[in-house]
Design a protein around this ligand. Structure first.
Ligand code: NAG
Ligand code: NAG
Ligand code: NAG
Ligand code: NAG
Ligand code: NAG
Ligand code: NAG
Ligand code: NAG
Ligand code: NAG
Ligand code: NAG
Ligand code: NAG
Ligand code: NAG
Ligand code: NAG
Ligand code: ZN
Length: 710
């Protein structure tokens, strides 16, 4: 549907809920661009900040975070430890507690029964590896899905591919009966909770989701690559845990939609945002036998002919399996709690307290480790706090207030950050300049960022100041690697990490990290093997990428809080809006409809004029060093993007207020632009609703333009 977005989505692994995907990387000679100086030239404060970064101390923080149970709501000690480190480095730190709905695994089982009565019992476990101590911790967390339904299902099962709406449409076209059956689905594509939602909406009674080596490209045992722990390929017992919340409908505590979760908060019905059928995640090794029982029945995978349908499990043809007579008995019993979670908040007041820059990372992980997701980010944040502590000792004080956030319960559905934003929204709407998110800071060596357009310029230019290690070379800047190994394009924010609540309240946001390319070690996302041992051996030996991404985040924060003229560029929205409009136009043609886009086209044009006027005013403020006028332009840059939000939100999902970008309804991670209009066409087929959202979107753009107007 959208060429630019498809290209960008091809890379990227930094969002905690996003999966490893392969892009068009190359390992050839890296050419330096003409406008990059090497080594980078830094001013005195930048030098102090970057010199403070030490790979060995980052590794110490990483080791701490990856050797204890820190699933959501279960490790207050780790929250306090984080607050203590930040306090030591000069941040006034506190724990913000919320009482939220979470569930933990009690027991589960899965049994395959062949028509002749013979059975197969999948292991449902990841192998304990002597080399990797945390895989054998007695309190290790079994594979399960957060917010999964408690219950049993026993029925014939059908392979449903990646379980997107289009996959189900294809099965229906093939005449496959789904009602009352169990779904067997492959990871990849949409957020897993939406797979469960789609299966549930087709009357299926349970779902089993498996990992597939097909997502690992050439880095597989079948292609001769040795598996973890002895090599970089996926260990065959790897299981991807994760939440099955309906992320594209409502993130946050499912029992308190739209308001914060305090101990005495009223609790709402959660059935619109969590499933009512049980689910379990399994490894490809367990899935192999279960898929084999379907081979020879129904339509073979190649003939189903759907994107991502056929994977690379040896000896399997990914048939739908209709009429196999084989059944699955699935049991998944969870323990429900309303339980405390702890966000850590650390503050250094700026001289100007009505401008606030927030930096966040979540702390909770599905496993004892979590060395990439999320604690590569947590380790980097501690090291960054240390760097600002060092700078503060020179007498430096930020112009704007810095707020560091260590979120809890992100993994269940962005719970800690969403509840916090819901509590502090009046203050944030007034004062927040931007939110910088780092979830998986490092799962590989390739830098990747997604951001609102107003952050593109600063985010791109600061990459030229960071030395970036890449496959043994230390002779490149981050910008060199980003432009030549990644695509050199800033991604559009969808969802899957803690920037979501900020973005949908109109706050400029960026999500950053480093992921893997096709020749890099396979990142064991949400598995026991996302451990300190994996990180130190394969993910980032030497912790050099941790150091580089931390230095980048530090420069970004430093400039956001200290540049006299706030480095946000409203005018960068203009070309982006124009390209989203062109894509919408294509969508309209593809879907054979008509829509009057006059108001939207006019609004974008007015925005363009206002943004140019704003630039002239800001140039004047800068050239005359007029501090009063700079305050005016800084506040306009801070505020204008609030205009892009609408109180009522998108159709059927009130939480999502941003009318320019949102997670796709049936993707969850991947973004859709001008979502109110686009998805009224692509999902609802409701052209009246689409036209209504043309009006709402145009109005929102006019509000943003009016805030910039001088
Ligand atoms: C909390 O995390 C720390 C650091 O990883 C660990 O040492 C401790 O055992 C954990 N606490 C519990 C109760 O698991
Ligand atoms: C039952 O069927 C399975 C799958 O076809 C086969 O592997 C197994 O040998 C059969 N068992 C008996 C006892 O026939
Ligand atoms: C796998 O290797 C083959 C042969 O070298 C190459 O053509 C192909 O592009 C590679 N695939 C990926 C996903 O890198
Ligand atoms: C698969 O579908 C595409 C169009 O979606 C079609 O061009 C192609 O021929 C189909 N392939 C098979 C094997 O049916
Ligand atoms: C669900 O399945 C489990 C495992 O087979 C079994 O122990 C339990 O009794 C079942 N519960 C119900 C309500 O059927
Ligand atoms: C920051 O300023 C606020 C007032 O806006 C004050 O309440 C708070 O104590 C200050 N914090 C620190 C660490 O100075
Ligand atoms: C690194 O860069 C310097 C100067 O730009 C050059 O002399 C040197 O050969 C480069 N080293 C490598 C390994 O590319
Ligand atoms: C940090 O870097 C130094 C020098 O390159 C290296 O010797 C050391 O092993 C690294 N530390 C860790 C913990 O990897
Ligand atoms: C939409 O496409 C049509 C035909 O391709 C073109 O005439 C029109 O100018 C486009 N409109 C916009 C707003 O891009
Ligand atoms: C649009 O019309 C064409 C030609 O009539 C048809 O093939 C296509 O399926 C239609 N597309 C949609 C989304 O309805
Ligand atoms: C701008 O004005 C501020 C406050 O009056 C002063 O501190 C600063 O040095 C001036 N900067 C320039 C470049 O003149
Ligand atoms: C389409 O949207 C309009 C406007 O919101 C609504 O009144 C109408 O009921 C919708 N039509 C259908 C078929 O859902
Ligand atoms: Zn994460």
């Amino acid at each position: 549907m959208r060429v630019i977005l498809a290209l960008l989505a091809a890379i990227g692994a930094q969002a905690c809920m996003r999966e490893r995907t392969l892009g068009a990387h190359h390992d050839g000679h890296i050419k330096r661009q003409a406008d990059v100086t090497f080594p980078p030239v830094l001013d005195a404060n930048e030098q102090i900040l970057l010199d403070s970064f030490d790979n060995t101390s980052i590794s110490t923080w990483s080791y701490y975070y990856t050797h204890g149970d820190h699933i959501a709501g279960r490790n207050k000690t780790m929250a306090q430890w984080t607050a203590d480190r930040w306090t030591e480095y000069g941040f006034a730190s506190r724990l913000d507690e919320y009482h939220v709905y979470l569930n933990y695994p009690l027991s589960h089982s899965l049994l395959l029964t062949y028509p002749n009565g013979t059975t197969f019992t999948p292991s449902l476990q990841e192998a304990v590896l002597p080399e990797d101590e945390t895989t054998g911790y007695p309190n290790r967390i079994p594979p399960f899905n957060g917010y999964s339904f408690s219950g049993n299902a026993s029925a014939e099962y059908v392979y449903v591919g990646r379980a997107q709406k289009v996959d189900f449409a294809r099965l229906e076209a093939l005449g496959v009966e789904l009602e009352g059956k169990i779904a067997l689905a492959k990871y990849g594509g949409p957020f897993r909770g939406l797979k469960v939602k789609n299966a549930q909406e087709h009357g299926m009674t349970g779902i089993v989701i498996f990992s597939d080596p097909g997502d690992d490209g050439n880095m597989t045992e079948a292609k001769g690559v040795i598996a973890y722990p002895n090599g970089p390929a996926r260990n065959p017992t790897t299981v991807q845990r994760g939440s099955v919340q309906f992320l594209s409908i409502y993130p946050g505590d499912p029992t308190t939609p739209g308001y914060t979760s305090k101990e005495d908060s009223p609790r709402a019905d959660k059935s619109n945002s969590v499933p009512h059928i049980p689910s379990l995640p399994i490894s490809w090794l367990d899935a192999q036998t279960i898929l084999q029982a379907l081979d020879g029945f129904g339509t073979p995978g190649v003939q189903v002919n759907r994107t991502g349908w056929v994977g690379a499990i040896p000896g399997v043809n990914y048939s739908t399996g209709v009429g196999s007579g084989a059944t699955l008995s699935l049991s998944n019993i969870m323990e429900d709690h309303i339980t405390p979670i702890w966000n850590v908040v650390g503050i250094i007041n700026g001289t100007n307290q009505d401008e606030v820059v927030l930096v966040g990372n979540h702390r909770d992980a599905w496993i004892i480790g979590g060395a990439a997701d999320p604690n590569s980010g947590s380790a980097v944040l501690v090291e960054m706090a240390k760097a600002f502590g060092t700078l503060s000792k020179t007498g430096w004080v930020p112009t704007r207030t810095i707020v560091l956030c260590s979120w809890d319960a992100e993994e269940y559905g962005l719970v800690g950050s969403t509840e916090w934003v819901e509590e502090f929204i009046p203050w944030l709407k007034g004062a927040a300049v931007s939110y910088l998110n780092v979830d998986v800071a490092v799962s590989g060596p390739i830098p990747d960022i997604a951001a609102t357009p107003d952050l593109h310029t600063i985010a791109t230019s600061l990459m030229k100041k960071v030395v970036w290690p890449y496959h043994g070379s230390t002779n490149n800047t981050m910008y060199d690697i980003w432009t030549q190994v990644n695509t050199g394009e800033v991604g559009v924010l969808g969802s899957g990490s803690d920037y979501t609540a900020f973005l949908h309240r109109g706050i400029a946001s960026i999500d950053l990290g480093a992921g893997s390319g096709p020749t890099d070690p396979v990142y064991p996302y949400h598995s026991n093997y996302d451990s300190y041992h994996w990180m130190a051996t394969f993910g980032d030996p030497g912790f050099y990428t941790h150091k580089a991404i931390g230095q980048y985040l530090t420069l970004l924060l430093y400039h956001m809080v200290s540049d006299a003229s706030l480095p946000l560029e409203p005018a960068s929205y203009t070309p982006e809006l124009q390209s989203y409009l062109a894509e919408l136009n294509d969508t309209i043609i593809t879907y054979n409809g008509t829509l009057d886009l006059t108001d939207l086209t006019a609004a974008i044009s007015i925005f363009e004029t206002s943004a140019s006027e704003f630039n002239e005013l800001r140039d004047l403020a800068i050239s005359t060093n007029d501090t009063a006028l700079l305050l005016v332009t800084n506040h306009k840059a801070r505020d204008f993007s609030r205009g892009f939000t609408s109180q009522g939100g998108l159709p059927g999902r009130e939480f999502f207020q941003n009318l320019i970008f949102a997670p796709g309804l049936d993707t969850g991670y991947a973004p859709v632009t001008l979502p109110g209009i686009t998805e009224s066409i692509t999902f609802e087929g409701n052209w009246t609703l689409a036209q209504e959202f043309v009006g709402k979107t145009a109005d929102a753009i006019l509000v943003a333009a009016a805030m910039l107007k001088t």
